[in-house]
Design a protein around this ligand. Structure first.
Ligand SMILES: NC(=O)c1ccc[n+]([C@@H]2O[C@H](COP(=O)([O-])OP(=O)(O)OC[C@H]3O[C@@H](n4cnc5c(N)ncnc54)[C@H](OP(=O)(O)O)[C@@H]3O)[C@@H](O)[C@H]2O)c1
Length: 330
């Protein structure tokens, strides 16, 4: 197939392009900045500079390149400072999830592109009731924390728009596996605390496994939604000390809820105490997906227990992170 990867220069895009090429697909890869187009070209794709918020340009690019499939991997999270008010940090990404998705779907319709896969997110979205691990059929949180309402709504918008059009939305876990992952700096600096009992559950996914699932989703008929997460959803109190140790950092601080609310806001408290994890059973069964990094326990060690990983600074802040309680940590 000819696959149009919107966001080919991003954290996931640069893993996805080589896997698609290895699988025998031709890739057209977009970046926003012409400078990053070179990065995409080096990966073996035909590079196109594109602003996803320009529907005319999106339509032109899709019509000119004549793809068989489109993948939407565009976010605007590099360099974002995550604040207590998640909706502010995610404002541009939310636009890309709404207007960007609409532009790509409209272009797909005009160009007769039948396969469409888009990046969604599994963390902090499922209803905070019942068991700790949720399937795609479980309800989403009907009352998201106020500071992340628009972010939740934008993800739901994307899920619905994509599946209504017959495509596949992939609810990825927290990405890890790159030397500049957003979690590394706050954990190293003890700015990511265990909140309360640390019972909020996170689901992780190694970037290589996320890319592999995306390739399979492109070859699969929609509509569908899949959680693309590893086998071991885990409470913050379990994974955070392991990550800190792997990075050679001091153990994480422990914050009572009231203190975390002050520094990290309601979303940070929710992430640390109430968030639910996600099940990958459907993706494994229906996509035939298997993971090279089935759990973060092994994956963190492989990704970070090297001098390069443990000394490099990230270029962006943590995904779904809490605000950095800097004054408390100094
Ligand atoms: N599930 C998760 O945990 C999750 C999800 C997403 C991101 N993240 C994390 O967030 C950090 C930053 O992500 P990232 O490296 O993928 O960077 P990013 O800034 O989110 O960019 C992703 C892609 O979108 C493109 N893009 C951005 N704005 C665009 C626009 N208006 N029109 C068209 N394309 C646009 C970028 O192009 P340019 O390269 O030219 O800017 C890039 O190809 C990474 O650490 C990543 O792991 C985590």
């Amino acid at each position: 197939m000819r696959v149009f990867v919107a966001g080919a220069s991003g954290a996931l895009g640069i893993r996805l392009v080589p896997q698609l090429i290895d699988r025998g697909h031709e890739v057209i890869g977009t970046s926003r900045s012409p400078a990053n187009a070179e990065r995409v070209r080096v990966l073996g794709a035909e590079a196109v500079a594109l602003d996803l918020l320009d529907p005319g340009a999106v339509r032109k690019a899709v019509l000119e390149t004549e793809p068989d499939a489109i993948v939407h991997q565009v976010t605007a999270l590099a360099g974002v400072r995550f604040s207590k008010h998640l909706d502010r940090s995610f404002a541009q990404t939310n636009r890309l999830r709404r207007e960007g998705t609409d532009a790509l779907l409209a272009a797909a319709r005009v160009a007769g592109v039948r396969r469409f896969v888009a990046q969604s997110f599994a963390g902090m979205r499922y209803a905070r009731v019942g068991g700790p691990v949720k399937t795609e059929d479980d309800p989403l949180d009907p009352t998201p924390v106020e500071t992340m309402r628009e972010t939740s709504a934008a993800m739901t918008y994307l899920d619905e728009a994509v599946t209504d059009a017959g495509g596949i939305a992939l609810r990825y876990g927290n990405f890890y596996g790159a030397h500049n992952d957003g979690l590394l700096a706050p954990v190293r600096k003890r700015q990511f605390p265990i909140v309360g009992n640390g019972g909020g559950v996170s689901s992780f996914i190694h970037l290589d496994d996320a890319a592999a699932a995306t390739v399979l989703a492109l070859e699969h008929d929609g509509p569908a939604i899949y959680n693309i997460v590893d086998d071991e959803p885990a409470p913050v109190r379990e994974w955070l000390p392991v990550l800190a140790k792997t990075l050679g950092a001091k153990p994480p601080r422990q914050f009572p809820v009231w203190l975390a609310r002050f520094f990290a806001g309601e979303a940070g408290v929710m992430l640390g105490t109430e968030s639910r994890g996600a099940s990958n059973a459907n993706a494994k069964r229906e996509l035939g997906w298997s993971l090279r990094h089935p759990t973060w326990r092994q994956g963190f060690a492989e990704a970070y227990a090297t001098p390069a990983a443990s000394t490099s600074e990230p270029r962006s802040s943590a995904p779904a992170n809490v605000d950095r309680p800097q004054s408390a940590s100094r």
